[in-house]
Design a protein around this ligand. Structure first.
Ligand code: GN1
Ligand code: MG
Length: 361
């Protein structure tokens, strides 16, 4: 890999670089924190995983359109500190949104948002704020002018497509791991019909697609030191999708008492107070544009995204770990089991969630 400092120097950054160090814990791209000498802003350098994001040009254009649209809205509302409320892509010296190195890797640079933090566990208060923020995010993106955003990963949150891939992986059994995981394969198949509901409703014209974030993990939200949401990060997958899907991905991560890959399954269970607080905040900012069916299906979104992530981790385990970065050979299996445990806990809380929604409609 090329020298990181040399790569940064292709971009139109201010100040002199002091240090470049690994940053964050994403499963897909590689991120680095670029610290500059005093006075200048700091930056984030990322190597884009172009095995996964095959059209980097389209990816970067999507992000530029989305961030510029949000920036315009924030400026029109006289929002202070706009550079901390939306991501800013930094162009290369020749005006491009990414730099390709001779080894075939693609790189991008963004402004680092100072005095911000991401968290892996939220309190009900933070969850309420995050719910408001995601409702706002979706409503700000409701009027992005044509053409539609590119699907940076086709069929990304389409469970029918995910199940088709999963079934191929089960059949191929490339890593010879099927016998070990067979009981989870059965559990996935038992639920498959129910989980394809959203796609069916969409085909029947009952469930719309809106611009979604499609990776609303709790650690993709930046908070300031007082617990206010600054902005949503990781915009690689912003594309048309079901709003219940963004709702569900936050529930999957923010309302899990344990970790996404918790070794101890006793730690993993669904937190109703986080669900209630997030739903309250989300409906405050999103109710005006949601249909009654979208609101009713929010608890289904929590099930769907947790189910989908179980399917995706297990597919990767069966394929021999070719998609997600892993820390040890059993990592995708550990993730699968933790997601499945969470799914079961969401199922036990499902009626209570539906009742909460019905009460607060
Ligand atoms: C990946 O990039 P990161 O770590 O935020 C994945 C998400 C998964 C998530 C599971 C492009 O997100 O869809 O939900 O891991 N992103 C992609 O933690 O596949
Ligand atoms: Mg991501």
């Amino acid at each position: 890999m090329e020298n990181l400092l040399e790569i940064v120097n292709h971009f139109a950054i201010h100040g002199k670089v002091k240090n470049v160090s690994p940053f964050g814990n994403g499963h897909i791209n590689d991120s680095y924190w670029v610290q500059t000498l005093s006075g200048a802003p700091h930056y984030v350098l990322q190597r884009i995983n172009h095995q996964i994001f095959k059209d980097v040009e389209a990816l970067q254009n999507n992000i530029q359109r989305v961030t510029e649209h949000i920036r315009g809205k924030l400026a029109a509302q006289n929002t202070p500190d706009v550079d901390r409320r939306v991501l800013t892509l930094v162009s290369t010296l020749d005006g491009k949104l990414y730099h390709k190195t001779p080894d075939g890797n693609y790189w991008r640079v963004m402004l680092y948002i100072a005095d911000s933090q991401s968290v892996d566990a939220v309190s009900p208060e933070l969850s309420y704020t995050a719910g408001r923020a995601f409702g706002n995010f979706q409503s700000m993106l409701a009027d992005v002018p044509a053409p539609p955003l590119v699907e940076t990963i086709p069929n990304f949150h389409n469970i029918e497509a995910r199940l088709a891939t999963f079934r191929e992986s089960v059949k191929a059994n490339r890593a010879r791991r099927l016998s070990k995981v067979a009981y989870v394969v059965d559990e996935i198949e038992k639920r498959a019909g129910d989980m394809c509901q959203a796609e069916q409703l969409h085909r029947q014209g009952q469930l719309p697609k809106r611009i979604n974030h499609c990776d609303t993990k709790v650690n993709n939200v930046l908070f300031d030191n007082d617990g206010n949401v600054l902005c949503v990060i990781d915009l690689d997958t912003v594309m048309p999708g079901f709003v219940v899907s963004d709702f569900g991905d936050f529930m999957r991560t923010g309302a899990n008492h344990g970790q996404e890959d918790d070794e101890n399954l006793d730690n993993v269970y669904f937190l109703m107070d986080i669900f209630e607080a997030y739903t309250k905040g989300y409906l405050e900012t999103a109710k005006s544009f949601l249909t009654p069916l979208e609101i009713k299906l929010l608890p289904f979104g929590a099930k769907l995204l947790t189910y989908m992530q179980t399917v995706r981790f297990l597919t990767d385990y069966l394929d021999g770990d070719i998609y997600y970065k892993i820390k040890h050979p059993e990592h995708n299996w550990q993730r699968t089991q933790a997601q499945f445990k969470l799914l079961q806990s969401i199922e036990s809380n499902y009626d209570a969630m539906c009742q909460y929604i019905a009460k607060n409609l």
